[in-house]
Design a protein. Structure first.
Length: 299
């Protein structure tokens, strides 16, 4: 290295050491600053401002980045907690619904004068119009058999159609193959309720409904329909639904449409009648006089 190059390096090094010292001296000076201090401050002020702006900007970006990382972590924890609470709420709602359904079935079992078996609905295929076509139960071979009536606390649902393994399919009242003997309490009219098989509703119909001789024998919209108890299937008095439309009235017969009382889409548990209810005792309301014991006569 040449002497000239060394002198230049030493000069630059000395300047770099001296310059900060002079700047520090000018910054710490009290009272009236000297001309040299004022000159140094004027020269270095823009440089200090630029350095300060760069340092503050980098610091601000870093603090914002750290803050955003923290916020994202908190948001992730909140989302996880929210999902957990939603699942807990769904489970609690489902349990409450199941308890309500089971309580309803317990009432049905007490009111039904026949052997019954509770079952859960584990499947409900839908039509393209989102109507339940049939329901599937968690009872199968050894528990239920085809033809057994299926009811809820609201009313009849249908009959067991197929039994396979541990499951059974139920044909609904709204199916055209279904038939239930019904009664209209207000008019006394009887008929056979069959399903219309509509893909967008659960409507049923009563065809060839014979009018009675009383002036009030004409069926009207809103009349209640109940099971008659005939046919040794459904117990009498179960509310089937209400008349929703008078389809035909030709003088002697009427044909009406019925809206079922049971909303099949909300059914989660049912009762299956294992045997038909016993016929009513004709002497149940007749008071009998007790016979004397051992054939003797009272004195």
């Amino acid at each position: 290295m040449t002497l000239r190059r060394r002198l230049v390096d030493w000069s630059l090094a000395g300047l770099l050491v001296l310059l900060p010292a002079l700047v520090l001296k000018a910054s710490l000076a009290r009272g009236t600053a000297s001309g040299m201090d004022t000159a140094f401050l004027r020269i270095t002020a823009p440089l200090e401002a630029g350095v300060s702006w760069v340092v503050e900007g980098i610091g601000g970006l870093w603090s914002h980045y750290v803050a955003l990382v923290g916020v994202e972590s908190e948001n992730r924890e909140l989302r996880d907690e929210n999902d957990k609470l939603r699942k807990q709420l769904a489970a609690t709602t489902r349990k409450a619904f199941d308890v309500e359904a089971l309580e309803d079935l317990a009432v049905v079992k007490r009111r039904t004068p026949a052997d019954t078996m509770g079952a859960r609905v584990i499947g409900a295929p839908l039509s393209p119009q989102f109507r339940v076509i049939r329901i599937r139960l968690d009872r199968g071979e050894g528990d239920v058999a085809p033809g057994m009536p299926v009811i809820t606390g609201t009313g009849p649902v249908g009959r067991v159609d197929r039994v396979y393994g541990g499951y059974a399919d139920v044909t609904l009242m709204s199916d055209p193959s279904s038939s239930i003997e019904v009664l209209i309490p207000r008019t006394g009219g009887r008929g056979m309720l069959t399903g219309l098989g509509k893909p967008d509703s659960y409507a049923c119909t009563i065809g060839w409904l014979e009018k009675q001789t009383s002036p009030t024998s004409k069926v009207e919209v809103g009349d209640e329909i109940v099971t008659s108890g005939l046919g040794a299937s459904f117990p009498p008095g179960l509310v089937v639904g209400k008349v929703s439309k008078i389809a035909r009235d030709d003088g002697m017969f009427q044909r009406v449409e019925v809206e079922p009382a049971v909303d099949v889409s909300r059914v989660r548990a049912v009762e299956v009648l294992l045997a038909p209810p016993p016929p009513p005792d004709p002497d149940a309301k007749t008071k009998k006089r007790s016979e004397p014991a051992f054939g003797g006569k009272p004195l």
